[in-house]
Ligand binder design. Structure first.
Ligand code: NAD
Length: 256
């Protein structure tokens, strides 16, 4: 197999949570371009359908849109069952769905803390728990967890975000060890700032935007393609000996 063939995903089936927009949509598109059949899930069926259609139009790929909240174990299990029903296998899980709140620690309502823990930490656990039995049985799997630079370094007024992304990063390592002999790799992507709906409040605030840019050695935010190519690498044979790793896609932010 030539080296570029090792990046191909023909015959593989991927599930991308929160795949209706932002980084999730970009990664779903990248995986489909590499040949995978892709299931995208999000809480809003209409958004999901529209995104699936955009990816079909761009790639001619086999894309399935499913409504589902990653914090709801029943919905996640139903979506995994439907994926297996439709495609007969599930090889790649991208734990992408996530959320953020930018409030100081003293003023943060406990409900906000709990919501972010539920979505960013419990959600990936529920999704992995639903996919892993099938991956173990087929002795093949790729799990990609979307952590963040803030899983490794701190930032003010990001208590639950930093806590959950740090937790997800270390859970990545625990899963990598637990399933190392099952043909399953588990890795994290730690993005710096990308222009997605989650980051609109930062992008639209010149002071906040400049604060972020000033911390990035490359002096700019990331482009979506710069993230999706990393997801294709971690989803493919090209990364077959990479597990328990974190790939920082951050223009050098965490190298300082
Ligand atoms: P986004 O807000 O633009 O999109 C998030 C997606 O997750 C949406 O499709 C949303 O519908 C979905 N989602 C949210 N809660 C959900 C739930 N409970 N169940 C199912 N789907 C849900 O976010 P983004 O910027 O594209 O970020 C994607 C991931 O990457 C997140 O985990 C985020 O923390 C991480 N990340 C993003 C950046 C960045 O710069 N954008 C940087 C570091 C890490």
């Amino acid at each position: 197999m030539g080296v570029l063939d090792r990046f191909r995903l023909d015959g593989r089936v991927a599930l991308v949570t929160g795949g209706s927009k932002g980084l999730g949509e970009a990664m779903a598109l990248g995986l489909a371009e590499a040949g995978a059949k892709v299931v995208i899930t999000s809480r809003h069926a209409d958004e999901c359908e529209e995104t699936a259609q955009r990816i079909i139009d761009a790639t001619g790929g086999d894309i399935l849109a499913l409504e589902g909240d990653v914090t709801d174990k029943g919905e996640v299990e139903a979506n995994v069952a439907e994926t297996l029903d439709r495609f007969g296998q599930l090889d790649i899980l991208v734990n992408n769905a996530g959320t953020n709140v930018r409030t100081g620690t003293i003023d943060l309502p406990l409900e906000d803390w709990q919501r972010i823990v539920d979505v960013n930490l419990t959600g990936p656990f529920i999704c992995a728990q639903a996919c892993l039995p099938h991956m173990v049985e087929q002795r093949y799997g790729r799990i990609i967890n979307l952590s963040s630079i803030f899983g490794a370094v701190g930032f003010p007024s990001r208590s639950p975000y930093t806590a959950t992304k740090g937790g997800l990063l270390n859970m990545t390592r625990a899963w990598a060890l637990e399933f190392a002999n099952d043909g399953i790799t588990v890795n994290a992507i730690c993005p710096g700032p990308f222009d997605t709906p989650m980051n609109r409040p930062l992008r639209d605030d010149p002071v906040a935007y400049q604060t972020f840019v000033s911390k990035i050695p490359m002096g700019r935010w990331g482009d979506l393609e710069e993230l999706s190519s990393v997801a294709v690498f971690l989803a493919s044979e090209a990364s077959s000996y990479v597990t328990g790793s974190a790939l920082f896609v951050d223009g050098g932010w965490t190298a300082q």
